[in-house]
Design a protein around this ligand. Structure first.
Ligand SMILES: [Fe+2]
Length: 447
């Protein structure tokens, strides 16, 4: 659904763009076939726009269409650049709604117009650049490219603010990928200058020559993103299997993953390690697949053997996912997530910094989520009580620095508590002990 405010915003952008374009003088053509050249650039825009490459699994898609607009800026000026951008209305992408087409057309036209005006103001002339234009053309072109990128992101930001949710613009467009998007946009924009410079020699073929290697590179990146998606689907399937087997921990893997990510960002882990630790958080209890279901769902205290079976789950987890190459450091997190700083944990009894950092991080997020989740035999603890328990365990069970990092991240980012859900009928009478809850150790039958 497009909100009323978003429609008004789109109408405003379309009107302002039309007014500005109509009041901008058309520059005299500098090529022999101005109309044909303009159409070539519009086709180039559509070709780029129609096959955006996903940057990565959770990030937005981006397309190099701005290179066509920026080439038009250099060759023909602001109005032509606006006409190239406006062709986004005819985008070949499927499922584009009218509002999205109108907004994209107006937005790209306005960006082209802004870039064209900046370029003209700083450079003064139009047409295919020649050797004598370098390097003095670079600064005006860079300013035009920056104007294009800024206008583009500002207009998108506006529509997102007015029309949040899974609507016509993907929220991811403004999320973590923003710096990457800005850099890639500027990089693509620079190709506009290359296309314009080659225009003198090969006219419209310039676009093809420049974009062929680009499309090959994007295809390769698309393959990589597909692979990432396949990894994530595998992770989700494994989590789903654990949660099917152990109903009461539904959503636990996701939340531990999120908590581990919060700590990782707070202690400034690299992006790669943050992603890996989030995988580890998601999969930390995958070894439960190797624990008999009747033990996981047992009512009342466990026998020594059953307790031992539960304590084996980190090893079982390593057995299950150990061969998945890309998990690398995440495996250490899975294997050691029940170690304690005082050395009284399992499976290895490691102490202090013998415990891999991933495992120390997961231990904090794991215990916190367990305490703040409802179990059949006890209510969820409020967040401040759970934080108090983490602090109580800092230095004995948990790494104190990571506890503080998590608490600081909680204050900044908040925490989405799980929704209490009722168990399926066949599990409604089962009292399941939670091996992650530091305030309620597993009950074992004393022989
Ligand atoms: Fe566990």
């Amino acid at each position: 659904m497009v909100s009323r405010a978003a429609w008004l915003y789109i109408a405003l952008v379309v009107t302002v763009t039309a007014l500005l374009v109509s009041r901008t003088p058309v520059m005299p053509p500098h090529t022999i076939h101005p109309l044909a050249d303009l159409i070539v650039l519009q086709l180039l825009f559509l070709a780029c726009d129609s096959s955006p490459a996903p940057l990565a699994s959770r990030q937005t898609k981006w397309s190099p269409s701005s290179s066509a607009t920026l080439a038009a800026v250099v060759l023909f000026g602001p109005v032509a650049a606006a006409l190239v951008g406006a062709i986004a209305v005819l985008s070949l992408r499927r499922n584009r709604r009218l509002a999205e087409r109108l907004f994209n057309g107006a937005m790209h036209a306005l960006c082209g117009l802004a870039a064209g005006k900046v370029y003209l103001a700083l450079h003064g002339t139009l047409g295919p650049p020649v050797a004598a234009d370098f390097p003095k053309i670079i600064l005006p072109f860079a300013a035009a490219a920056a104007a294009h990128v800024v206008a583009n992101h500002a207009l998108i930001w506006g529509i997102y603010r007015l029309n949040p949710g899974p609507g016509m613009l993907r929220r991811e467009a403004l999320e973590s990928s923003l710096p990457l998007l800005l850099v890639s946009d500027l990089g693509y924009a620079s190709l506009g200058l290359v296309i314009a410079s080659l225009w003198q020699v090969m006219e419209g073929f310039a676009a093809v020559i420049v974009l062929v290697p680009l499309f090959v590179a994007r295809w390769a990146m698309g393959q990589f993103a597909e692979q990432q998606r396949a990894y994530e689907a595998t992770m989700n399937a494994l989590c789903q299997a654990v949660e099917t087997k152990d109903f009461y921990t539904r959503g636990h893997g996701d939340r531990v993953s999120r908590g581990a990510g919060m700590i990782a960002r707070k202690i400034r882990m690299s992006a790669d390690r943050t992603e890996a630790i989030m995988f580890a958080g998601m999969l930390h209890d995958v070894g439960k697949l190797g624990v008999p279901t009747q033990v996981l769902q047992k009512e009342g205290p466990l026998t020594e053997d059953e307790f031992a079976a539960i304590q084996l789950h980190p090893m079982r987890g390593l057995e299950i996912v150990g061969e998945i190459g890309f998990l690398t450091e995440a495996l250490a997190g899975i294997l050691h997530h029940h170690e304690r700083i005082d050395g009284r944990g399992y499976p290895m009894g490691f102490a202090g910094h013998q415990i891999p950092e991933f495992a120390r991080v997961i231990a904090v997020a794991d215990a916190f989520d367990s305490m703040t989740s409802t179990r059949s035999y006890r209510a969820a603890k409020p967040i401040d009580l759970a934080v108090g328990e983490l602090r109580k365990g800092a230095g004995t069970q948990f790494d104190p620095l990571l506890v503080e990092a998590f608490i600081a991240a909680l204050a900044e980012e908040g925490w989405q508590l799980p929704q209490p859900t009722s168990a399926p009928a066949d599990l409604s009478n089962v009292t399941v002990q939670d091996h992650d809850d530091p305030t309620a150790p597993l009950q074992v039958v004393v022989a």
